[in-house]
Ligand binder design. Structure first.
Ligand SMILES: NC(=O)c1ccc[n+]([C@@H]2O[C@H](COP(=O)([O-])OP(=O)(O)OC[C@H]3O[C@@H](n4cnc5c(N)ncnc54)[C@H](O)[C@@H]3O)[C@@H](O)[C@H]2O)c1
Length: 476
């Protein structure tokens, strides 16, 4: 291309800088574009939120910038959580301490369920029965019987939207990775390695009502590391491999965090998928190093391996944007189609080699905004080309303009208004919960658990968990 030769690095920086600034001005990561705000829905969905703790408040912070939803009610057991939620969302939502009263509020059309895991099913069930649309955080349900009960209930109410809070499904970076796989750019994808490592792991909060405030650390309320962390990444593996697991085995123990908790803190799991595919997941509390993306990010991420290449990918948050890098396989074996074309069989390889062949240079995953459509104006083409040039030099990495959390929330309201179908729907949420439930059985019983065991598990009927008692009034 003539343009390629003429463009210097300095020009590229200028142009791409302008492009980035224009993009930021238009969308401001985490905020709705001004143009969207301007047509602020008179038809906004009136929603309530049950459980306004850490995640609930985080979602409210994002919901504040989304005009297609209108917070009319909040519910939590504690005044502190209610106060923080009210401060975050502003306005004058009604405050409830009993979620059943919020569900009886006719003004509430949709409900966010952001309670601890053991309360997901009771609140979601009652919300669906009350005719509400539901956005429930992952992991969707806690017990085997809840899988069957929620499937039956939600499918009997097809007009009500049920979305699970698996935000990676709404990430442009993860969507681009999936498209690369669909186009065959990774060859046959056979293996996913995923980790969520922290140093240290979750700490026990020393507060009144200690057990409830630290619900994640107690099996009575929580599915531990698998429910809270692995659930996101099992869903990534299912999506990238295009299938769900057949069996899981693993090793789990409590080795490092001895403070009264009863969940495992050191967990390794292997998932067997059809056709020899595997996911290996690890969760430890003694190191946060992640070898993906050149060690540039810590804690969590996935490495998706195929016969022609691999992708290292990790989600972002409000402060760190997602990163996706693509590594081409240095010497990919010829496929059956290649062999047919050349008439050659696979090249001879010695049984033992002294040095492995050099790895490939990482290439950034291009998002749809970076791809040439042929419809660009001259300036847009220049900007895209400049960005591409900078990506290849490693000066810039492609970044999502919007936090997937904003996209999942907007998408929920849109689906409510248009009878749309969520990307993270009932079945996505249930498959994820099934994997979490069976993984914990595999860890506890030290055996291989087959996914078809789920058909029999919990068929006795769901007994909803009892809401935790209201905290005792502090004396003095
Ligand atoms: N998608 C994600 O990335 C993500 C991230 C963090 C948490 N989560 C999920 O969000 C959920 C909440 O986690 P968290 O970190 O906010 O926990 P948290 O303990 O900070 O908040 C939970 C809140 O629910 C309230 N609550 C408990 N029982 C209730 C009831 N019966 N009625 C009303 N309120 C009740 C508690 O008082 C508390 O304020 C969990 O399921 C968790 O897995 C998802």
């Amino acid at each position: 291309m003539a343009e390629k030769k003429e463009l210097t690095r300095r020009d590229a920086v200028k142009v791409a800088g302008a492009a980035t600034l224009a993009g930021v001005a238009a969308t401001q990561f985490g905020k709705a574009p001004a143009i969207l705000k301007a047509r602020a829905a008179t038809n906004a969905v009136n929603y309530g939120m049950v459980g306004t703790g850490s995640r609930g408040t985080y979602l409210l912070k994002h919901l504040k910038g989304i005009d297609t939803g209108n917070c009319v009610a909040i519910c939590d057991l504690t005044d502190d959580a209610l106060g923080k939620a009210q401060q975050t969302i502003g306005g004058n939502p009604k405050r409830y301490k009993d979620y059943r009263e919020l569900l009886a509020d006719k003004n509430v059309e949709a409900v966010f369920v952001t309670t601890p895991l053991f309360m997901h099913f009771p609140v979601t069930k009652d919300a669906l029965d009350a005719g509400k649309h539901v956005f429930c955080e992952k992991s969707l349900v806690f017990k085997p019987e809840e899988v069957h009960a929620l499937r039956a209930l939600a499918t009997s109410k097809p007009k009500q939207v049920l979305q699970t809070g698996l935000q990676r499904r709404y990430s442009a970076m993860y969507q681009a990775a999936r498209q690369m796989i669909e186009k065959g750019m990774l060859g046959e994808v056979t293996y996913v390695q995923a980790q969520w490592h922290r140093n240290p792991g979750w700490k026990m909060k020393d507060v009144p009502n200690k057990k409830m405030a630290n619900w994640r650390l107690f099996r009575e309320y929580s599915g531990g590391l698998v429910a809270e962390l692995a659930s996101h990444q099992i869903d990534v593996a299912d999506r990238m491999l295009g299938m769900t697991p057949e069996a899981v085995m693993g090793l789990g123990s409590q080795d490092f965090m001895h403070d009264g908790r009863d969940i495992l803190d050191n967990v390794q799991l292997i998932y067997k998928y059809p056709k020899g595919r595997r996911l290996v997941w690890t969760g430890i509390p003694t190191s946060s190093h992640w070898a993906g993306v050149g060690g540039a990010r810590t804690e969590m991420g996935e490495i998706i391996c195929g016969t022609k290449g691999a992708i290292h990918i990790t989600i972002g948050d409000d402060n760190n944007k997602p990163i996706g890098m693509w590594f081409r396989e240095p010497t990919p074996p010829p496929t059956a189609a290649d062999a047919k074309k050349t008439g050659k069989k696979e090249a001879f390889k010695a049984g033992a080699t002294m040095v492995a062949s050099a790895g490939s240079r990482p290439l950034p995953i291009l998002l749809s905004k970076d791809l040439m459509t042929g419809q660009e104006s001259f300036l847009e083409k220049e900007m895209k080309f400049a960005r591409m040039w900078l990506y290849q030099k490693g000066i810039l990495v492609p970044e999502e303009d919007r936090n997937p959390v904003d996209i999942e929330l907007e998408s929920f309201f849109r689906d409510v208004r248009t009878s749309g179908h969520p990307l993270a729907d009932l079945e996505v949420g249930l498959q994820d919960s099934i994997a979490v439930i069976l993984s914990n059985i595999a860890l506890d019983e030290g055996r291989t658990v087959y996914f078809n065991e789920m058909e029999k598990l919990g068929k006795g009927g769901a007994t909803p968990a009892k809401p935790a008692a209201k905290p005792a009034v502090k004396k003095g």
